[in-house]
Design a protein around this ligand. Sequence first.
Ligand code: ATP
Length: 752
Amino acid sequence: MVLSLVYIYIFIFLSFLDLLTTAVIFAHGNQWNLLWTDGQGYNFSTSFVDFWIFPVVRTSLAIGAAFGILRNPIQGPANCKKYEWLITFVSAVNLYYACIKLLVYSHDETFIAGPKLTWFWVLFAWSLIGSALFILQWRYGTIQSGESQQNASINTETSSSTDGLSDTAKDPDEKTFLELVSRATIGKMLSYSVPDWPLILVGTIFLVGASLGQIFLPLFVGKVITAIVQPEHQSNFVNIIIEMAGIAVAVAICSGCRAGCLMYYMQRLNIRIRNALFQSIVVQEIGFFDEVRTGDLTSRLTSDVTTMSDTIGLNFNIFLRNLIKAIGVCIFMFALSWRLSVVTFLGLPLIFMVSKVYGSYYKKTQKVVQDRFAKANEVAQDVCSSMQTVRSFANESGEISEYKQRLFDVLKIQIKQAMSYTVYVWCTKEFLLVFTLWYGGQLLLLDKISSQGFISFILYQEELGECFSEIGDVYTGMMQALGAAEKVFELIERKPKLGIDDGTENPKQIQGHISFKNVSFSYPSRPDQTVLENVSFEVNPGEVVALVGPSGGGKSSCVKLLQRFYEPTAGSVCLDGIDVSSYEHQRLHELVSLVGQEPVLYARSVRENIVYGLDSDQYSEESILHASKLANAHDFIMSLCDKYNTETGEKGTQLSGGQKQRVAIARALVRNPRVLLLDEATSALDTESEYLVQEALEHSKSHRTVLLIAHRLSTVERADRIIVIVKGKVEETGSHVELMEKQGTYYNLVYR
Ligand SMILES: Nc1ncnc2c1ncn2[C@@H]1O[C@H](COP(=O)(O)OP(=O)(O)OP(=O)(O)O)[C@@H](O)[C@H]1O
């Protein structure tokens, strides 16, 4: 309330100051008698009286606003804010009116020579200053008092209500430019550009050179055209062309060097950010990948990085180039004709306004276009990834018409966009030019501009329009880049909840003793669902232990904990008595190897898949052959076209399920791990192959602990010991014979 009152007082004070200043200017200039032009009545081209209109309108609006806020201190400021358009409109009319008066007076020789000129300038200047102050006081007065009232009312509410939407959770599209900049995103982007400062510097020097050169070109074009059409200037033609050619060559050289330097910088920046992002992604904890979609990560790595790195480089280039050009062009325009320049600057805000309306309409429709395109892409993606299903249901034409329909939905919006663009071009492109031509023609007749100057002016005006429009595009591009950058930096700076650099233990050799001590566990993505509850068991060195139990009981989760993919919520998982979290990441995975349920092969050769993750000094040709033979993979690999060099295709699709499993077993064995984890590792093998693999593992078992998960009885009954896990708890432990005699859960599982 108090703050509102302060703002109201400031409001009224500034408005009266506005009136007073105008009155003082009139009084001091002894211009009261000029109100009606020395008693001859009002005359637009000589009278000053209309300069009173605007202070009076401003003061009336300010008093109205003050009363409004006084009557309703909570809603008042917000209501005033609704009328911001009126304030902008009044100020704009004031500006236009003052400038038109300026142009009219400037044609009156007696006025220019007379005593009224000084007072006109003072009134003109105050008219503009008063308008600017009025906009500022309205904008900040109503916003600040509104915010303070809102804060006060929020503080007094007993239940604090927030919408629960953290700032980072907001869509970048919804954020303002300042919001994005204030997150220091630009600073971070620039910090990644620091190593390229020599490139940027050289590029900028060429950019400045090219821009300065380009500023002179319209001037020369004007001279050339004048030399062509006016016979008295024809002797200059060749000289002008030579000078112009010199400038054009210099501009071309500078532009080329600028483009090369800045493009190379953009590419280096792109690679640098991509590397940083990928480095950050691969060290994130496994739980992170459970929650984040792969598509989101790849889109960060591809489109977001490209958007931010290209846009920062490109926009820096475009912005600086156009800024230099715009300043130079303005100087030339005012030098050629200040009157035409005033006309241009009166026309530009109108064009900006139309552009703004068009811009926000385009942005709104573009969102719909993107959504509809995404829907069309869903169809394409689904079809491409499941072509066999489409073919087997003979639904090709159905999918084609579905895709066509979704693209047609996009087209419907794009038709509206095209129509609005047509109207936008009508409104912005030619009106200003026509008016400039008309007014320039008058000035030409009055001999206030030369024909060459007039031609150059028109060219400069076009150039200025292009500069502003490109600067406007930079703003849009920057918004996109900042939005993309924010997402990218969020990921680059993310600290993994389970770091891979936490452990320090690096024993040369271990016995291979596994122990789970009172382990409870929930997946981070489902913290409310207990997957393991107080699980305790031990596996002795050299022992083969099978985990069995109904599906979803928690067997694979035990294996994941032993690999330290996740941390238990309670208890500890130890290897030779040391918690697995204390081992060095690299060492732990040398000692413990896993063959998972669905082994993943990479789009590389069989050999590269087997030695995946090993340095060249960690394996030999013999060790690859030995591991492949143990995994019963050697014979089928030798029958492939390129033997060990055969490509396996994306995710190993060029191999059968059983072949993939055998390559995966060889990959685990080539490391000669002390602990081997087999999670349904032989499920896709035929009985014969499985028997051979089991035999091989049996032979190597003396120096290796094996923890296996299997559903097949033939696999399980060979184990030294069986642990039955049901609903996250250990129900039974013993050998096959012992558990069968017990006739408990295991017995039932076997018979079912
Ligand atoms: N990444 C995950 N995020 C959340 N929950 C999971 C995840 N992986 C498994 N679960 C859940 O944890 C529980 C135990 O799963 P787990 O894979 O350990 O069972 P399992 O005994 O190995 O089953 P199966 O024999 O079918 O492989 C299941 O309810 C499963 O839905």
